[in-house]
Design a protein around this ligand. Sequence first.
Ligand code: 5GP
Ligand code: SF4
Ligand code: MG
Length: 460
Amino acid sequence: CAVFGVYAPGQDVAKLSYFGLYALQHRGQESAGIATFNSNGVRLHKDMGLVARVFDEETLLQLPGNIAVGHTRYSTTGSSLVANAQPVVIPTRLGSLALAHNGNLVNAPQLKKCLEEDNYEFFSSTDSEMIAVAISQEVDSGKDWLEGAISAFNRCQGAYSLVIGTPKGLMGVRDPHGIRPLVIGVLADNPQHYVLASETAGLDIIGAEYVRDVEPGEIVWITEDGLASYHWSEKPEPKLCVFEMIYFSRPDSMVNNESLYSYRLRLGQQLAKESYVEADSVIPVPDSGVPAAIGFSHQSGITFEEGLIKNRYVGRTFIQPTQSMRESGIRMKLNPLKDVISGKRIIMVDDSIVRGTTSRKIVQALRDAGATEVHMRISSPPVTHPCFYGIDTDNQDQLIAATKSVEEIAEKIGVDSLAYLSWEGMLKATGEDPDHFCSACFTGDYPIEIPDQVKQSKLL
Ligand code: 5GP
Ligand code: SF4
Ligand code: MG
């Protein structure tokens, strides 16, 4: 999912949010929503579909305010229904709050039970509503926004980057592990006007200047007094999702003062060092495989070529929630360039293999187009474990590398050779302490403990 927020009295906060969400559309394509606050209370518009479908000039005009909260969704918990679209808006003693969530709670079943004991009836099936309800209950018991939010976060375990709007101000929050990203920016024409976004690409589109990340275990509370920071967690332990780095975030988003494009180039270079093979052309699986393929080509000296043309109007296949939708989506998506591929030994580079269904089809398409050899190179290690922290990499039984060796996968997808990047190579390329990342889908070493009941639902 994508989260977005603006604090900018006197500006068109709904329109700014619209553009911010537009830049973050890749993070979720099921539903979109914006809530705005002014002295008359809160307004909300949300619906199923892409940002550009959900909003038009008319609907944006119905969203006046000084503060806005936006969200795009793909489901990791709860089904693909409009009731589950965000922001979640609920009333409290101090006025309504609007909450946008990226991530996934691992203690949702327990938390839900507790909240229901207080006679609350849920209208959605999302963990995001639970966080909003937990805050409202704390506020209704007499706490102010900040105390109430901190008490509520102490009841939440898992991954959550949140943007929360209230009549008083805008809040940005990251869980103590900072699994999902969240950045702070200021509008170019007024440094007192703040923006919160899942990625820096959401700032660039509205000309906002990047200030810094919200830190793991930090709350930023933006009111008429400016931005105040609270480190609410006793033991913050940075564990940014490495999948954000290798695949999920946009290549033009910045992490640690560097674009993810540059990081992905290095992954490709490292991959070529680890698993060079003789061939005539390096081709990417577009778009996500492009930077790594360029890096592979630079390092190996083998010509980079486009061999697969993508229809840009078909969404990221994996974001659509069902397997049958996924499979029909894939056929629409990529078309091989026969005259480029025919008679050649091809190295095909992609960022990841998850289920193996896309890869198998692409390899077949390359063979049909006349490739004499197809060598697949993957710029991340085998995905062997499911994610419980908000990326839809599916249950373990769907992950091809959970039960098959690299040789067996190579055979299954029909390549002449297959090699993955090493785990060490992936983390070394970050230039940072490997301990500062979650890489559990490659290792099974989950940094936030997962209750057995939840674990069993996804593990083999
Ligand atoms: P596969 O061969 O596993 O079906 O698909 C791998 C390709 O699709 C890669 O290009 C990757 O970018 C994308 N992909 C497919 N499914 C998923 C998924 O569930 N999560 C992620 N992160 N990427 C996926
Ligand atoms: Fe990211 Fe994988 Fe960790 Fe999930 S398990 S947060 S996808 S690194
Ligand atoms: Mg891809």
